[in-house]
Design a protein. Structure first.
Length: 581
């Protein structure tokens, strides 16, 4: 489709409204008709009238507004206002909005304790809960409101699974905190714990930093998992252009929300579903954006899970191929100096994709009812220090590297752009811990030395259960001055704010009898990012001997959702999706 059919996301609303009013009743194939049409549907209409509907509204599309508002989640606390703007847009375009909610857990609040076991598993609950409502009530279209780590991928999974006309509004980053004239993100207060323990930060300074580091609502102001997945949603073509980096407190976010409400009606009118937009090439575009902006290693869990919902298989090899052939263009916190505000001011994801355009599939469609090529005609890079060009990258390769070897036969991941050159190849003795908490205490007690390889196991999807983030351990390593000399290897995962030589998603995990289960203190481990290797310095015979003597530990959880999750979840290298049937 030509650019004349592409919604100008900087325009006013007036020219758009006539596209729908007076025409919306002509829409074909509205699912909601099964709920409200016919004399035998009088009971359903009566119940909807109890909610305030009038007869004329029964002729209009019913649009679900999927809200993940949460009073204990800074990334989602502003969503009531955003939902109202979305509903205004739907009404302006002739639809009937119905807001409903799903859960949202803040990864940051769940860090460093057993609560983190529940965070990754919440992704599936989010997707399932949305499917239940949308299918039970036969909604004609959906607008998804999400901002943070598991909520964005969970909603994208639901969007592709349900496959009705849909659009996503991502909630936007928070503004960076400022401490002593420096822009900060929340991971820096976690690292400051070690600085405080070493006497390099006073208690007064520590408290001042804590008070100012999260100044407003929004997703954390760094390229962590939350903003990585918002960038994925945009680069897949499932949001308005620029939406991923528009900050939560900007009025532009409300305008984006209203325009998204209007645009979903346009999608309904034309019968355009996610399956009409998303292809394997769309996912390749998204992966290139992820590695170009220094995206989180959690994308390796979420992108395959999203693709799985539409029958597309994304493997670790796909990520490694894309990362090897995509330069790192944007050096954002936690590993670089720039914030999400810097990226937004420079032109956001459209500007990044314009720089990447020779590597992208430009004829992929979007919810704008035009192609990526059309959208990028309007994109501008306003700061070439923040968003580099292909011939002047931060690094020649993208942010993620897949490692394999005797310690990770099925693969592991490292955010290579966050690793100093001196640690890209490292051999050291293992210090083995059965949980993140034990590792953190040992680091704080000085029991981990420069050159060690900290191994944290039984933290995988099955063994955790729930595959916790090891942010508490990585932050303490940095704060204790070990971040540039000590590696960490785990079958768990990392926060997007992790930096340093940290290798996660080791597969098979310990609970499934992977080689990480038989590592002992003092065993030498080699991490070689350049050669994509992760090896345990034991003979093949010794590894087989130890595995033959290994016995799986008793499950940590035997009841409730986590017990069911542990029985059904697949390995990290498969996206930690749930087995079907």
């Amino acid at each position: 489709m030509g650019c004349t059919q592409c919604l100008d996301y900087h325009s006013g609303l007036g020219a758009l409204i006539p596209l729908f009013l007076g025409r919306v009743n002509e829409a074909v194939g509205l699912r909601s008709r099964v709920v409200v049409e016919g004399i035998d549907r009088a009971g359903m209409r009566a119940l909807l009238k109890a909610c305030g509907l009038i007869d004329e509204e029964f002729n209009r599309p019913f649009v679900g507004v999927v809200n993940s508002w949460n009073e204990m989640h800074p990334g989602h606390k502003h969503f009531r206002q955003i939902a109202e703007a979305v509903k205004e847009g739907i009404r302006l375009a002739g639809g009937v909005p119905f807001e409903f909610n799903t859960i949202a857990i803040c990864d940051g609040i769940a860090q460093g304790h057993q609560g983190m076991c529940y965070v990754l598993p919440s992704r599936e609950v989010i997707a399932d809960s949305i499917e239940l409502v949308a299918q039970a009530e036969q909604l004609d279209g959906l607008v998804f409101l999400a901002a943070c780590d598991k909520i964005v991928p969970g909603m994208l999974m639901a969007m592709l699974r349900i496959n009705v006309p849909s659009i996503m509004v991502t909630g936007g980053p928070m503004l960076p905190g400022v401490f002593k004239g420096r822009s900060l993100a929340v991971y820096e207060i976690r690292e400051a714990v070690g600085l405080y323990r070493r006497g390099l930060l006073t208690e007064e300074e520590f408290r001042e930093m804590e008070d100012c580091i999260c100044p407003v609502v929004g997703s954390c102001s760094m390229m962590g998992t939350a903003n990585t997945m918002s960038c994925v949603a945009e680069s897949l073509g499932l949001t308005l252009p620029g939406c991923a980096t528009t900050h939560a407190v900007y009025s532009k976010k409300l305008r984006e929300a209203k325009l998204s409400g209007i645009q979903v009606m346009r999608l309904i009118e034309r019968g355009v579903k996610p399956s009409d937009i998303i292809t394997d090439r769309s996912f390749e575009n998204a992966m290139r954006v992820v590695v170009a902006v220094g995206g989180s290693s959690n994308a390796l869990l979420h992108i395959p899970a999203i693709a799985h919902e539409i029958g597309i298989r994304i493997t670790l090899d796909d990520f490694d191929r894309v990362s090897r052939t995509t330069p790192h263009l944007v050096d954002l916190k936690p590993s670089g100096p720039y914030t999400l505000k810097d990226l937004d001011d420079a032109g956001g994801i459209p500007a990044v994709m314009k720089e990447l355009s020779p590597l992208l599939h430009l004829d992929e469609r979007s919810v704008m009812l035009c192609t990526l090529r059309d959208i990028l005609k309007k994109a501008k890079n306003r700061n070439r220090e923040v968003i580099r060009s292909l011939d002047n990258p931060v690094h020649e390769e993208g942010s993620l590297a897949i490692l394999r070897g005797s310690l990770a036969p099925n693969g592991a991941v490292v955010k290579q752009t966050a690793v100093s050159p001196s640690m890209r190849v490292h051999t050291g003795p293992a210090k083995v811990f059965e949980s993140c908490e034990n590792a953190v205490q040992a680091i704080l007690d000085g029991k981990v030395q420069r050159g060690d390889v900290v191994v944290i196991r039984y933290e995988g999807p099955k063994g955790g259960p729930g595959m916790r983030e090891m942010l508490a351990a990585t932050s303490v390593l940095v704060g204790m001055g070990l971040g540039d000399s000590t590696a960490l290897v785990t079958d768990g995962r990392f926060s997007g704010s992790t930096r340093g030589p940290c290798v996660g998603h080791v597969s098979p995990e310990a609970a499934s009898g992977g080689p990480i289960a038989i590592v002992q203190d003092g065993d030498l481990i080699t991490i070689n990012i350049d050669e994509r290797k992760l090896d345990l310095h034991l003979s093949e015979e010794e590894i087989k001997r130890r595995l033959a003597n290994w016995k799986p530990p008793a499950p940590r959880v035997t009841r409730g959702y986590l017990a069911r999750y542990a029985e059904a979840v697949t390995s990290a290298d498969q996206g930690a999706i749930l087995k079907r049937g």
